[in-house]
Design a protein around this ligand. Sequence first.
Ligand code: FAD
Length: 395
Amino acid sequence: MSSDNIIISGLGISGLITASLFCKEKIEVHCFEPSDFSKLCEDQRTTAFLNPAINAFKEIGIWENIEPFAQPLKEMEIIDATAFKKNGETTSVVFDPNEVKLKNFGYNIPNERVSSALLNFLREKKNFVLYSSDSLVDHYAFDNNILVKSAKGKVLEGKLLISCEGRDSQIRKREKIGKIKASYNQLAMVFQVSHSESHKNRTTEILDTGGPFTIIPLRSSTSQLKSTVVWMDTYEAINEAYSLRKNQFDALISKKSMGARGKLKLLSGKQKWPVLSQITKAIVSKRTVLIAESAHVMPPTGAQGLNTSVEDIIYLYQICKKALKSNKDIGEDKLLRQYSLVRFPLTGGKVFGIHLLNEISMTKNRFLKTARRNFLKHLNQSPGLKRILIRVGLG
Ligand SMILES: Cc1cc2nc3c(=O)[nH]c(=O)nc-3n(C[C@H](O)[C@H](O)[C@H](O)COP(=O)(O)OP(=O)(O)OC[C@H]3O[C@@H](n4cnc5c(N)ncnc54)[C@H](O)[C@@H]3O)c2cc1C
C-alpha cells in the first residue's frame, strides 16, 4: 500500500461507487458515514442508469450481481396531456435507441440493489476502511496532506478528501463554498405499481400542469407486470394524493396515466422528495473535491442526477489513477484544477438545462403549453432533431 490514502465522506450511492472504483487501486480508502446502513432498503427509488454507469458497474465487477434486477430501457415516450382534457387529443413522441444505433438507453434498477451490491463488494476489500455511524466534524488542508477529525474522535491523514455528503454537505459549508438554489413548490412522489397491460420495455412520461407523471418499467421475476412511478406535482396535489385510501389512489393514478398501462394498482409504500435545483459556486478547494449532490442537485426530470454524478466519479477516478501510476500526488492543486475545469462547466450546464426542462414540464402558461405541444409535433417529423435530443439526453 502507498500512503496516498483518500478519505470519502458520505456513502450514499455516489460515495459507494467512488469508494468501489478507488479500492481497485493500491491505496487505502477511508470512508465515513453517519448512518449504520440499516436503512438502505428503505429507499424505494429506482434509477434509470445510462450506459456509462453500467460500464462503471462492469469495471467494478458487480454488474452480474445486479443485472438480474435490471430492466432494459428500450423506448421513451413523451405524451402531452394538456389538450386531452379539452378535446380528447393527445400529442406524443417516441424516442427509440435504434435511432442512435444503441440497443437500449440504459437500465432501470432499484437503488437498494445497487447500494447493497456495492457495499458487499467493498466489505471484501482489504483496503476499504469503514467508519459507520461516524461523520467528519473538521478538516485541515496542508501542502502535503489533509487531516480530518470525526465526531467519535478519529483523526486521520490522507492526500485527498472527497465529499459525497449530499445536498447539505458540511465539508462545503466548512470550506465556505456558496450555492445557488431554485425551488419549485414541487414534490416528487415515488411508488411501485402493477398494471394490466405490458410496458413493452417503454418508459412513458406524461406532461400536464404541475409536472410530469413518469412510468418506468421494472424487471419482474414473476408474470406480474410492474413499473416505478415518479409523479412530480405541486405540494398541494402530491400531499392530497398521498393521503388517499388505496382504492381511491389506484383510481387516481390510473386516470393520471391516461390508460398507458391499463389499470394501475399500488404495490409499495409511497415516498415524497422535495424537488430542487442547486449548484455550488466551486467544486474544489485545497485537497478537497465536492462531487455528486454535494456539488449539484437536479429535479428527477430527464433522469440525469445520479448519472451526472457517475460522470464526475469516473472522471475523478481516471485522472487520479493516471497520477497514481506516475507516483504523483492525487490531491495536488493542478489535478484538482483540471477536474474543476472539465466538470464545473458541464455540471453547471446540465443543472441549467434540467431546470429549464422542469419549468417547461410544469408550466401553467398557455403560450408555453402550446409551444411545448407544437414542439413535440415537430419532433415527429424531424428525425435529425430527435437524434440530437437523444444524444444530449445520453450525455
Ligand atoms: C424521486 C427521484 C428519482 C430519481 N431518479 C433518478 C434517475 O432515474 N436517474 C438519475 O440519474 N438520478 C435520479 N435521481 C437523483 C438521484 O437519486 C440522486 O442524485 C442520488 O440519490 C444522490 O446520491 P448522493 O450519493 O449524491 O447523495 P445522498 O444519497 O444524499 O447520499 C449522501 C450520503 O452522505 C451522508 N452524509 C450526510 N451528511 C454527512 C456528513 N456530514 N458526513 C458524512 N456523511 C454524510 C448521508 O447519510 C448519505 O448516506 C432521482 C432523485 C429523486 C428524488
